[in-house]
Write a protein that binds this ligand. Structure first.
Ligand code: SAH
Length: 397
């Protein structure tokens, strides 16, 4: 077990942390020479060595560690981790009791009191993601808590902390009875095939649950759908179940084709009634414009940054162009679902990208709804920078 170190903070960092900011930033540390071993527990102090908070040292792209408690007499031990995890489990009681939703997030990092750690639930299987070497070295506490407090079929883990932010190929099984993957989970009654031991991603992004529901229940009926950056086609499946007349799923990754066929099939939908295209979204837009294809619903859910053979796309720079492409292939009165998971800008900026695209296309629109992370992806409302998801559903007029 790593030792406790005393980390001195500058005045600004002290003020922020006292206000509730959970992240320890490198720039705020005065005596960084004490930061040696990740996983060390930290006592944060001010210039005059007065107590500010306790946390741990763990390097992520965001910062060098997380605040865990502001109470001087709270120890960072098994009881600490137990209290945070049990509170998080209790907050999700309604989801645990919902027979139609069997996959959701049970612990969301700093939003549930421990930055750098997330735990997802997939129908009895728990998947723990570690975002730094530091939190990973405290894993015995977290696994001890899960061992005592939950009934699990098995636990899997993802280490998301090698230097380049790349996923390390590994066996993700931790303990329990190995799953027979893919397993089928449900989300508002929609079925999804997931595999917890097949690389960085599981087949479904749990943070889009509300958007999939909105598409199925409110926007898909009778419409033709273009789903860009479709991955396993989860939005297409939601749309098809909601009565879309046809869906077209476009993704560059060749795996997306078999994965999309699988998601359609587990919902008893005939994938042959739909189109699945393994190609660059930007090429597809050109093709669609050339053939004057129009859709009643277009979904935009790009990665924050993507580089293909021909194009480099960054949401922060190129989102307006993406929306312009979408406008060009959307019917009048059609719907555009614009989403981004880029944490480097907020909702206001995101909406300005959309507005710019419509102005430059000389087209009017009406925002129908705006949304963000679902409730199980708990975030600290005082710090919107951790609330990365932004979704705007709008109608082209
Ligand atoms: N919308 C998906 C998640 C998207 S993940 C869902 O709901 O599950 C991002 C996806 O974008 C990846 O599957 C990746 O293969 C794809 N991608 C990245 N750049 C692309 C491009 N230029 N054209 C098509 N797909 C791209």
């Amino acid at each position: 077990m790593a030792k406790t170190i005393e980390v001195q903070l500058n005045d600004q960092a002290v003020t922020e942390i006292k206000k509730g900011y959970p992240l320890i930033l490198k720039d705020g540390v005065l005596n960084s020479q004490v930061l040696e071993q990740e996983g060390s527990l930290i006592k944060l102090v001010d210039r005059n060595w007065r107590f500010v908070a306790k946390g741990y040292y763990g390097v992520q792209n965001k910062g060098i560690g997380w605040v865990l408690t502001r109470k001087i007499d709270e120890e960072i031990d098994f009881e600490f981790f137990k209290s945070r995890i049990v509170t998080a489990l209790n907050r999700r009681e309604a989801l645990f009791n919902d027979p139609n939703t069997t996959a959701f997030r049970v612990f969301n990092g700093e939003g549930d009191g421990i930055g750098g750690l997330t735990i997802d639930y997939y129908d009895g299987y728990y998947m723990v993601s570690w975002y730094s070497e530091g939190i990973y070295s405290l894993k015995h506490h977290i696994y001890n808590v899960l061992e005592k407090m939950v009934d699990y079929k098995a636990i899997y883990e993802k280490k998301r902390f090698d230097t380049k932010g790349q996923y390390i190929e590994q066996d993700d099984f931790v303990r329990g009875e190995q799953g027979d993957f893919p397993i089928i989970v449900k989300e508002n009654g929609i079925q999804f095939a997931v595999d917890l031991n097949d690389g960085a991603m599981t087949g479904i992004f749990l943070d889009q649950r509300d958007v999939r529901k909105a598409i199925r229940d409110k926007y898909a009926e009778g419409r033709t759908v273009l789903n860009t950056f479709s991955y396993t086609g989860a939005f297409s499946v939601a749309a098809a179940l909601g009565g879309a007349t046809k869906t077209v799923s476009v993704d560059l990754a060749s795996r997306s084709e078999s994965k999309t066929i699988e998601q359609f099939s587990v919902n008893a939908l005939d994938y042959e009634q739909h189109e699945i295209r393994v190609m660059d979204v930007f090429d597809y837009f050109r093709y669609a414009k050339r053939h004057e294809l129009k859709f009643g619903l277009v979904v935009l859910d790009p990665p924050s940054f993507a580089r293909s053979k021909k194009y480099t796309f960054s949401t922060a720079r190129n989102y307006p162009e993406l929306v312009k492409d979408a406008i060009a292939v959307t019917e009048k009165k059609g719907i555009i679902v614009a989403s981004t998971n880029n944490a480097s800008f907020g909702m206001k900026k995101f909406k300005s990208f959309i507005d710019k695209a419509f102005k430059e296309s000389n087209t009017k629109y009406k925002v129908l709804e705006e949304s963000s992370l679902p409730r199980d992806f708990r975030t600290n409302r005082d710090f919107p920078e951790f609330n990365y998801l932004k979704v705007v559903i709008l109608q082209k007029l």
